[in-house]
Design a protein around this ligand. Structure first.
Ligand SMILES: C[S@@+](CC[C@H](N)C(=O)[O-])C[C@H]1O[C@@H](n2cnc3c(N)ncnc32)[C@H](O)[C@@H]1O
Length: 263
């Protein structure tokens, strides 16, 4: 049974994926370029969500390569590419080919999984010798949210986003996961470890704020039922999500890449 709280069955999932793609695909694609993804590579995209990165990989590896894209709930994934294979699949438990992939990538999947250590080990075991892993997750512990706006609005924004993070924390999300990428990757015996972070700064009406909106909307009832925030406070924050004069940093998205030694 999955404990994933932002499940893909909700109507907010499509907006979440569109926002993630707009905010973070350029970051991920730059990382994949640095890894050197090339024609003929065999790639595994874990928790593919809306599928944009799998599509990019399929174009890059071409007809002589292949992309296996997995998700525990694949309802938003739909591909025309003959070199993409789609699997409804739990990365923590389901069957996987070992030693088969030149690249294994996940973005914002491991952070959610209580079995993230096992899932990461399985992703590494799926790499061919010399193959690359790229993992990308937020580190919400490193930088506070610091909105630029009228002080009462800024405080309310921090309160509502803080309530959202509290619910994720209670659900077993590791909000500081990205902080540990160096040690996680080194400890697994990988080489050429490189870790960097990207911080988006968004204003109302942008994809970044649409991401906040989709997430808060999906957990709204839970936030209110737990007494963390009121409906009125959430409604006011929805107005800020549309206000181009209100802005805020996002949590850093940490990208960590490393390769399996050749022997
Ligand atoms: C926050 S979304 C990120 C989607 C996409 N990777 C992106 O960054 O745009 C997390 C995705 O991971 C999937 N997921 C959650 N638990 C999973 C698991 N155990 N195995 C595979 N996918 C999982 C979810 O269904 C969802 O599509």
């Amino acid at each position: 049974m999955s404990t994933y709280v932002l499940d893909n069955a909700s109507e907010q999932a499509a907006r979440r994926f569109a926002s993630l793609e707009a905010c973070y695909d350029p970051v991920t694609i730059r990382q994949l370029g640095q890894v050197g993804v090339s024609p003929g590579w065999s790639c595994l995209e874990v928790g593919g969500g809306g599928g944009s990165i799998a599509r990019w990989l399929a174009e890059r590896v071409g007809p002589s390569g292949r992309v296996v894209v997995t998700d525990i709930d694949a309802r938003w994934l739909d591909f025309k590419h003959p070199n993409i294979e789609l699997r409804e699949h739990n990365i923590a438990t389901d069957e996987l080919e070992w030693g088969a992939f030149d690249l294994v990538h996940e973005r914002l999947v491991l952070i959610h999984l209580p079995e993230r250590e096992r899932a990461l080990r399985r992703m590494i075991d799926a790499l061919s010798p010399g193959g690359w892993i790229l993992i990308e997750d937020f580190d919400c512990s490193w930088t506070a949210l610091e909105p630029a706006g009228e002080p009462n609005d800024a405080a309310l924004f921090v309160k509502v986003l803080g309530a959202f993070l509290e619910v994720l924390d209670q659900a077993g999300v590791d909000l500081a996961y990205g902080r540990h990428f160096h040690s996680l990757l080194h400890r697994q015996g990988l080489v050429d470890v490189h870790v960097e972070a990207h911080i988006d700064i968004s204003s109302g009406g942008s994809p970044g704020f649409a991401l906040f909106r989709a997430n808060i909307e999906q957990l709204r009832d839970r936030l209110v039922d737990l007494g963390l925030v009121t409906n009125r406070e959430i409604d006011r924050v929805y107005e800020l999500f549309e206000d181009p004069e209100f802005s805020c940093n996002h949590q850093p998205l940490v990208s960590g890449r490393a390769r399996r030694p050749l022997r």
